[in-house]
Design a binder for this molecule. Structure first.
Ligand code: FCB
Length: 452
């Protein structure tokens, strides 16, 4: 048995747009994801978050599902356009929903970890430039202050942003996510304004209550050169620079890495960085959240028009999930150890880890997802290896509680511990849910040797 520390936080995670539905109810305004989903060809099958898991109307049932898992914490996000309306005024009904979540969690003995921004920017702000506009960072801080005040005393820990790399480079760079822009200069500008929004929001919440703990969640992955050639090794440096170091160095060293600034020289001179920005962005974090799914094996792509000029390749002979992502748990150990070695100490949480598989309801009515169990077990073993190596890892959150709206993939990809039958909205805990409840009860997982 690999035992985790007694105070290790076991959790599971969701995000507002992916589960809530009720996208036009109780004063919720439109977000960039509503607009993106309504644009033909952007999301598989034309799916949208209009109904999603109907979580807005099934809150109590879902809170009971969470409680039955036995998790100590639940990570969810607040929908900005539900809380601030199109007139820029606070929507009390929207805020009340999040109070109900927090109260319901406390009643069930589950700690809330609140993410303020999981990609659903109000459309009214996108219409004014979105994250390419500096004002959006200030608007984000105002919104953070509102949520913080409403939940004051009930929530100790806030995460400002989820995966700013995805918001910036997939939202504004390759256009695969909302708002679907394809402009490298916009993407880098957005990255800075997202980080500035984090810094301003953190300062605002700490000013309101110095006891507030603030963190941020990044999607990080080890980047491995495809071959030992100088070209591939340099491609890996560039890819790592854009995906990992641009964000890590800004947050944990208060500066952008010189080689990454150089990488984008032809698209931007970084004139959007103003005096004082980096001090705000680099203010000490109470925790860093890591979303880990896979490492990236990277090859030089000299002909690419993307400034990073590097493409991801599949490692041969490795199992893949339904997302086409390779299953390589050892990458999680490498990543955690690297953070410990390269950056100043900061408490770490794995705020997302999980896998999509083509789950089916069996003849007995059960969803027996053995591959997900194997995925999670392998990654917990990898997390434990990092703990043994001295990494300050405080907790682990499975992505996701429920099958849900998987962004550009719509409902086709199922990540949940709990199956959602979208026709009836029935929740069916999968085998992995029972397995995870057992892990939490035992405080650990079996040793890798016993698994074989
Ligand atoms: C992460 C997102 C999360 C989910 C998983 C699969 O990038 O934060 O919302 O879509 O991927």
């Amino acid at each position: 048995m690999l035992r985790f520390p007694p105070d290790f936080v076991w959790g599971t995670a969701t995000a507002a747009y992916q589960i809530e539905g009720a996208a036009q109810d109780d004063g919720r305004a439109a977000s960039i994801w509503d607009t993106f989903c309504a644009t033909p060809g952007k999301v598989r099958n034309g799916d949208s978050g209009l109904v999603a898991c109907d979580h807005y109307y099934r809150l109590d049932e879902d809170l009971d599902v969470i409680a039955r898992l036995g998790v100590g914490a639940y990570r969810f996000s607040v929908s900005w356009p539900r809380v601030v309306g199109d007139d820029g005024r606070v929507n009390q009904k929207g805020l009340d929903f999040y109070r109900r979540i927090v109260d319901g969690l406390h009643r069930r003995g589950v700690r809330p970890l609140v993410t303020l921004y999981h990609w659903d920017l109000p459309q009214r702000l996108e219409d004014r430039g979105g994250w390419t506009a500096r004002d959006t960072a200030a608007e984000f801080a105002d919104y953070a202050r509102v949520v913080h005040e409403a939940l004051a005393g009930e929530v100790e820990e806030f995460t400002t942003l989820n995966e700013p790399w995805v918001s910036a480079f997939m939202g504004y760079g390759n256009g695969m996510h909302a708002p679907g822009r394809t402009d490298q200069r916009a993407a880098v500008t957005a990255a800075h304004h997202l980080l500035l929004g984090h810094g301003l929001a953190a300062a605002a919440m700490r000013a309101a209550d110095p006891r507030t703990k603030v963190g941020v969640t990044l999607n990080l992955s080890p980047v491995v050169p495809f071959s030992d050639t100088d070209a591939d090794r340099d491609a890996a440096r560039r890819y790592d620079g854009q995906q990992n170091r641009l964000f890590l160095d800004a947050l944990l060293r208060g500066k952008y890495p010189a080689d990454v600034v150089e990488l984008f020289r032809d698209v931007t001179d970084f004139a959007f960085v103003r005096d004082g920005d980096m001090a705000l962005i680099g203010a000490p974090l109470d925790h860093l959240g890591i979303n880990y799914y896979r490492p990236n094996l990277v090859m030089d792509e000299p002909g690419s028009d993307d400034p990073v000029r590097a493409g991801v390749r599949m490692p041969p002979g490795v199992e893949v999930t339904s997302m086409g992502w390779p299953v390589q748990p050892e990458g999680l150990t490498d990543l955690l150890v690297r953070l410990r070695d390269d950056y100043q100490p900061v408490p770490l949480y794995v705020t997302e880890n999980g896998a999509a598989f083509d789950d089916v309801i069996g003849a007995d009515g059960e969803v027996d997802d053995q591959r997900r169990i194997a995925y999670l077990r392998g990654h917990l073993q990898a997390a434990h290896a990092a703990l043994r190596a001295g990494v300050d890892l405080r907790g682990y959150f499975v992505w996701s509680l429920l099958d849900n709206f998987e962004w550009a993939e719509g409902y086709a990809k199922r990540f949940g511990l709990v199956y959602v039958d979208y026709a009836t909205q029935r929740r069916i805990p999968k085998s992995s849910a029972r397995w995870y409840a057992g892990v939490i009860r035992d405080g650990g997982v079996e040793n890798a040797d016993e698994t074989r």
